[in-house]
Design a protein around this ligand. Structure first.
Ligand code: KIV
Length: 256
């Protein structure tokens, strides 16, 4: 399999694009070898890896550190890196920081926001850096929003989301994440733009799906989001392995 490029992702509209987050070398390598097409070093890392309350304390340095690790494990997938909060407040800042992520090994960057982020998306794309949009529930705004909730439940909110999607497309993004968007609206957006939509908690009507890796494999069993059907319970396996090791050492049966 050849390397997957933003152009390949763009053309894969309607073909079930697969995307997962990855934050470290072994996970990236396993997911890449399994054939996942897009790996995202997302700022969800703040919560699932760093133990932070939300994504708003994740820094560019945090993301750069993990992009370097993930890049070492990726041969085929498209590696997308999140621009964390306050790293794209204006177009100039967005371009400088997007380039840092590319220099660290990312193939593309992602940022949150629709009509309000058009200038940043344009500037990044014009600088030759492929950019993915992210609309709907915006985790970087969680403290203003006060919680995670489905977006697009009212006609006014749906209209704003459609406008956001079109703005992101027109600004030059090659794909757009729809996070916690009402299923009907996600489907409508998917039909009304040419670039692929990649949904999370937004129903099956998107062109692809993305999940946080830890949610998919049950690595954070204390929190399983409503939209996730875990395919494994890695957290339980780790607890069992640790208990078995404790029993072995305390029982004096040696190191193996
Ligand atoms: O940071 C992240 O993991 C994300 C996904 C939820 C799309 O942005």
């Amino acid at each position: 399999m050849n390397r997957i490029t933003p152009e390949i992702v763009r053309k894969a509209k309607g073909q079930g694009i697969t995307a997962l987050t990855a934050y470290d070398y072994p996970t990236a390598r396993l997911l890449d070898e399994a054939g996942i097409e897009v790996l995202l070093v997302g700022d969800s890392m703040g919560m699932v890896v760093l133990g932070l309350r939300d994504t708003t304390e994740v820094t560019l340095e945090d993301i750069l550190h993990h992009v370097r690790a993930v890049a070492r494990g990726v041969q085929h997938a498209l590696l997308v890196a999140d621009l964390p909060i306050d790293t794209y407040r204006n177009p100039e800042e967005a371009v400088v920081n997007a380039k840092k992520l590319i220099f660290a090994g990312a193939h593309a960057v992602k940022l949150e926001g629709g009509t309000t982020r058009v200038e940043q998306i344009k500037a990044i794309a014009d600088a030759g850096v492929p950019v993915m949009g992210h609309i709907g529930m915006l985790p970087q705004r969680i403290r203003e929003e006060g919680g995670y909730r489905i977006k697009g439940k009212t006609p006014a909110e749906s209209q704003l989301l459609v406008e956001d999607a079109k703005a992101v497309e027109n600004a030059g993004a090659f794909a757009v994440v729809l996070e916690l968007v009402a299923r009907k609206v996600a489907h409508e957006i998917t039909r009304s733009i040419q670039i692929p939509t990649i949904g999370i908690g937004s129903g099956a009507g998107c062109d692809g799906q993305i999940l946080v890796f830890h949610d998919l494999v049950g690595y954070s069993p204390w929190f399983i989001p409503k939209h996730v059907q875990p395919e494994a319970m890695v957290g339980d396996a780790i607890s069992k392995a640790a208990s078995a090791f404790i029993a072995r050492v305390k029982g004096g049966t040696g190191e193996k």
